[in-house]
Design a protein around this ligand. Structure first.
Ligand SMILES: Cc1cc2nc3c(=O)[nH]c(=O)nc-3n(C[C@H](O)[C@H](O)[C@H](O)COP(=O)(O)OP(=O)(O)OC[C@H]3O[C@@H](n4cnc5c(N)ncnc54)[C@H](O)[C@@H]3O)c2cc1C
Length: 589
């Protein structure tokens, strides 16, 4: 497997790998990683679809990318996806997946046209409690001290970031900035999370710094991601003969491990409550998703509080990873990620509202929620709220089956264990009505209407996800296994807890990338995996993002006034060359 970029590799079709017709594949998990692995096996490794079997413990495909109307609950999405144009592997996949809405176009075509015609941007990024603008006004408000802290992390080599939390680099100078408010609520980072992942994020998305305050950096699917991404992908795979087995849990993979090689010998699984075993040869490949961040997620209703499953390491995906990891240290350390639920949990809620509540939403986001176009354009954060609440409403309808007079959105909190501003309980102890009341309060609904609106004009489905930020837990080299561990003959690991250089976890892209890397490596597909977009190595992007981060102030003037005379002298010396042209273009000096 190798990385590449550019059109030559993007449009090339790999030759059929030798012997692929004699091989078969068993995939664990129908999240994006598992489905992507199956699709790359079909399209690029050219394995017959009938040789590919996918096991899924849920009754439907998609994993974290869900979206459904559930009889007992109502409309539910546990999460929603902010996406961007440089999800290289994801778009490489979806260019080949036919749309299920429009004949003869791909999912990528459809997405591209939609986001061209109705580009995303927000008109209000943050409000104060009561629904008035928080007037962050697109500013990052970075002080010289905070800038120095960001720069220090940016320049620290990865090898020095093992097991170090963000608080090793940042103090209140940084945590009080608008930059942190935007960043934390957009990506769900907490102060105790990995400094390494924070650094990777800054570098990975450096080309979007200017688009952070108003989210013009982001793109969204037409409906929820189950309907817009998972269903077409599942249909594409089924039409190619791939078989899906739902309600089927893989509990272990048994390996034969010698110093020379590691071979997957047997899959242990539970079908309809009965344990079964599948024996494997070296021509039978296993692709296993490691650790799902929606494992053990529980739902509540308007009147029921979701039951928290708080036993660290429990849940089918974690149990499988723990069983495999017990066989070889090269298979990683799952408990580093799933062992501290208080650090990794947060709660979201899907809220369905009617025309009584919609005007309050419209006042906050400054757009008509029923227009069929971008609504909030990304999350709106309630600055200073005790739960640190954000909410978002995408283009409506968000579900194909949604009634025309309803609007469906998503609320989430980052402070999950403290009482709220209106509801004096932590969100994890609240039912749907209480969460909705807290939200209505922040949107400025008059106190005498809050209870009636939350009860009669909204349906709110809370969802506790104990593992939702496991990806961001502090880690050291070796805690996440390689996609294909050294010596592995017929198996690979995928999902968001494996190693791949420079890419950032908690993204659809990361899941697809790891599926692609596993397939290309094991099946010897002779085509480059698109490298992570290399904007961090582009001096133009670095200059532009520096200027944006400093709200247009010249960074050298702000941070280093004493060296300005020297720089002025240097400028004189280097005038009339390309570097000076760039410095001038981006206003650095
Ligand atoms: C709330 C939330 C918000 C998000 N926001 C964004 C965002 O804004 N932008 C973005 O790009 N990404 C976002 N993501 C991340 C992205 O959705 C996920 O990282 C990605 O979908 C993960 O795919 P996956 O295949 O690795 O794992 P999952 O989607 O977790 O799928 C794993 C699947 O494997 C199955 N499985 C696991 N173990 C077994 C087993 N032993 N036997 C049988 N089946 C098994 C599980 O049931 C599950 O269906 C978000 C995720 C969540 C939860």
């Amino acid at each position: 497997m190798y990385y590449s970029n550019g059109n030559y590799e993007a449009f090339a079709r790999p030759e059929k790998p030798e012997g692929v017709d004699k091989k078969s594949a068993y995939i664990v998990g129908t999240g994006l990683a598992g489905l992507a692995a199956a699709a790359f096996l079909v399209r690029d490794a050219q394995m017959p679809g009938s040789h590919i079997h996918i096991f899924e413990s849920d009754p439907v495909a998609g994993g974290a990318c869900d979206g459904a109307f559930l009889e007992k609950y109502g409309f539910v999405c546990r999460g929603g996806r902010e996406m961007e144009n440089h999800f290289e592997c994801l778009w490489d996949l979806f260019r080949s997946v036919p749309s299920i809405e429009t004949p003869d176009v791909s999912v990528l075509d459809e997405y591209y046209w939609l986001n061209k015609q109705d580009p995303n941007f927000s008109l209000e990024r943050a409000i104060m409690s009561g629904g008035e603008s928080a007037h962050t006004d697109g500013k990052f408000d970075i002080t010289p001290e905070a800038a120095t802290q960001i720069l220090k992390l940016f320049l620290t080599p990865d090898r020095e970031l093992d097991d170090r939390p963000m608080t090793d680099f940042f103090d209140d100078d940084f945590f009080k900035t608008n930059f942190w408010l935007y960043w934390q609520t957009m990506f769900a980072f907490q102060k105790w999370h990995s400094a390494l992942e924070m650094k990777l994020y800054i570098q990975r998305f450096i080309h979007h710094i200017g688009g952070l305050p108003d989210f013009k950096a982001l793109k969204f699917t037409k409906y929820n991601q189950y309907e817009s991404l998972i269903l077409p992908l599942q249909k594409y795979l089924e039409s190619n003969g791939v078989t899906f087995e739902f309600n089927c849990t893989v509990t272990n993979v048994i390996f034969d491990i010698t110093p020379e090689k590691k071979v997957a010998k047997q899959i242990v699984l539970t079908r309809a409550g009965k344990e079964e075993k599948i024996n494997l040869t070296e021509n039978d490949y296993v692709f296993a998703t490691l650790g799902s961040n929606v494992d053990n997620a529980t739902l509540g209703t308007n009147t029921e509080v979701p039951k928290l499953k708080d036993e660290p390491g429990s849940g089918i995906s974690w149990e499988l990873w723990r069983n495999m990891a017990a066989q070889d240290p090269a298979f990683g350390k799952p408990m580093k990620f799933c062992g501290n639920i208080k650090e990794t949990l947060w709660e979201s809620a899907t809220v369905t509202i009617d025309k009584t509540i919609a005007p309050y939403l419209e006042k906050c986001c400054k757009r008509d929620p029923f227009s069929g176009k971008v609504v909030t354009g990304g999350i709106i954060t309630v600055k200073g709220s005790k739960w640190l609440m954000s909410f978002t409403f995408n283009r409506q309808p968000h579900f194909k089956a949604q009634p025309k007079d309803k609007v469906v959105g998503w609320i989430y909190a980052l402070n999950n264990f403290v009482p709220g501003d209106y509801i004096k309980k932590p969100i994890v102890e609240c039912n749907g009505i209480e969460i909705c009341e807290e939200w209505l309060y922040h949107m400025g609904v008059p106190a005498d209407k809050i209870e009636e609106y939350a009860t009669k004009h909204a349906n709110t489905v809370p969802c506790i996800m104990p593992y939702v930020t496991t990806y961001f837990e502090n880690r050291a080299a070796g805690d996440r296994p390689k996609v294909v561990p050294d010596g592995a003959v017929n198996f690979g690991f995928m999902g968001e807890h494996v190693e791949t250089p420079r890419d950032t976890v908690f993204t659809t892209e990361f899941a697809v990338r790891t599926g692609m890397e596993a397939v290309y490596t094991l099946l010897n597909v002779d085509r480059g995996v698109p490298e992570v977009f290399a904007s961090v190595y582009d001096v133009r992007v670095l200059m532009e993002s520096t200027m944006k981060l400093m709200d247009g102030r010249k960074p050298l003037e702000v941070m280093l006034p004493m060296i300005l005379p020297i720089l002025a002298l240097l400028k004189y010396k280097i005038d009339n060359n390309v570097v000076t042209d760039l410095i001038k273009k981006y206003g650095i000096m």
